[in-house]
Design a protein around this ligand. Structure first.
Ligand SMILES: [Zn+2]
Length: 439
């Protein structure tokens, strides 16, 4: 007799199969993929593995109707408000327009809340939430003229920040945002770690009293150890990483034990391990397939981040089923190469730089391979030793031959989206070399 399948397994495989067959037969954007499909005789996993990955380029090329099932009509969907066109806030040049279905997004978010005990208690879809992130990423959009609280309140969300780059906040901005948060009294606060940490630093310096939400969601970008520390100095609520994208919905949620659990009811995740010299097989890329979006069918989307699988055994939170990650290590586009030609992720660099006393934030520019310019925001009076130490750490990683400069600055450089990249190679990198084995 076969052992019984674990609960959830069969429904996950069934959804995987249904989504794959539907996409290949009903969605024009995947017509060219049919030739890769080994067909119903192969296992679901093998059928997925035989397909290419979906990139932002294809989403762009087939916009707007390419990934909408052929029996659905965009015109009436848009007119009825069932869907809208959304523009993602790509932090490189890869902004994408796509067909966005708010009901699907909310269902995916709701399922993700179930993966964290604190979120399950606090979040019910009606809870008040303040968002502190780039105005180009969320909310009513960037406006040069200040918007009123009413103009920045959408549903249960209040978007408090109106400026791009926290370095441009003046004392009045900090007071206004703190006063708005206190007046709104949110149960949850959602923040881009770079923005939220900068706000926490300024609140701390000015001695402003700030109300305590019961939960903080970190999303939009990599949560540096430095940022977590600074946010934790001001806010006592649990910090929970919520991971996903506009294309995929909510893909992973950090549980109360600190591990990232897959939102398996809403997506399939295929993990493509990197080569061992670059940190594989635990380190790799994520290809996300979305299960329950009737309007926009996403199969094997390369979400563009580096993931590290968790291999510490069952999670203390008790949740099983689905992939578990120890960390998201930053953007794949931000990967650089160390002295031996091995991959260096944003997380590797953060682990090396965050322990240095006096550093509050960092950013590394690479105008050319082997040429590194580190920018740090440092505590007053600690700039020199912090830069010297940081330079030494980078030499250990990139080798003695690398040309390394480290300087203190007032502001990090933001992307057009208002997000911050941690490393910015100014030259093309062949990322496929990370997982493609030599033949
Ligand atoms: Zn867990």
């Amino acid at each position: 007799m076969k052992p019984p399948r674990p609960a959830g397994f069969s429904s996950y495989q069934r959804l995987s199969l249904k989504t794959l067959e539907f996409a290949l037969s009903e969605v024009p954007g995947y017509a060219a993929w049919r030739r890769f499909d080994p067909g119903a005789a192969a296992s679901v996993d093998d059928r997925y593995a035989a397909l290419p990955a979906l990139s932002k380029r294809e989403l762009r090329e087939h916009f707007p109707a390419g990934f909408v099932p052929s029996q659905r009509e965009l015109g009436p969907g848009l007119a009825a408000g069932e869907v809208e066109f959304a523009h993602t806030s790509g932090s490189t040049e890869d902004r994408v327009a796509l067909v966005f279905n708010p009901a699907w997004w909310e269902a995916s978010e709701r399922a993700a809340w179930g993966l964290n005990r604190h979120a399950r208690r606090v979040a019910d879809g009606r809870h008040r939430e303040v968002v502190l992130a780039s105005p180009r990423c969320v909310g009513p959009g960037f406006s040069a003229k200040p918007l009123s609280v009413a103009e920045r309140t959408i549903g249960r969300h209040l978007y408090v920040n109106q400026k791009i780059n926290p370095a441009t906040w003046n004392a009045a901005d900090i007071r206004r945002m703190a006063a708005e948060i206190n007046a709104y009294g949110p149960l949850a606060l959602e923040g881009d770690p770079a923005y939220l940490a900068a706000f926490a630093r300024r609140v701390c310096e000015s001695g402003i009293d700030i109300c305590q939400p019961r939960l903080i969601f970190l999303t939009y970008s990599y949560p540096s150890r430095l940022y977590l520390r600074q946010i934790g100095k001001v806010f006592s609520a649990p910090l929970v990483s919520s991971y996903g994208s506009t294309e995929t919905g909510h893909v992973f949620m950090e549980c109360e034990a600190g591990r990232l659990h897959q939102n398996s009811e809403h997506c399939r995740v295929d993990f493509v391990p990197w080569l061992s010299r670059h940190g594989g097989p635990r380190r790799g890329r994520l290809l996300v397939t979305v299960f329950r979006n009737p309007w926009f069918v996403v199969l094997r989307f390369d979400i563009g981040d580096v993931a590290r699988l968790d291999d510490r055994g069952p999670c203390p939170c008790g949740r099983g089923g689905g992939m578990v990650l120890e960390a998201i290590e930053g953007r794949a586009a931000d990967v650089t190469f160390g002295r031996e030609g091995n991959a260096v992720t944003v997380d590797d660099l953060d682990a090396a730089l965050a322990p240095i006393a006096g550093i509050m934030a960092w950013q590394l520019d690479l105008p050319a391979p082997g040429n590194l310019q580190l920018r740090v925001i440092s505590e007053p009076g600690r700039s020199r030793p912090a830069c010297l130490q940081a330079r030494e750490r980078l030499k250990e990683i990139y080798g003695g031959k690398a040309k390394i400069e480290a300087m203190t600055v007032k502001a990090l450089q933001h992307e057009a989206s208002g997000k911050f990249r941690f490393t910015r190679p100014a030259y093309p990198v062949d990322l496929a070399a990370l997982w493609r084995s030599k033949r």
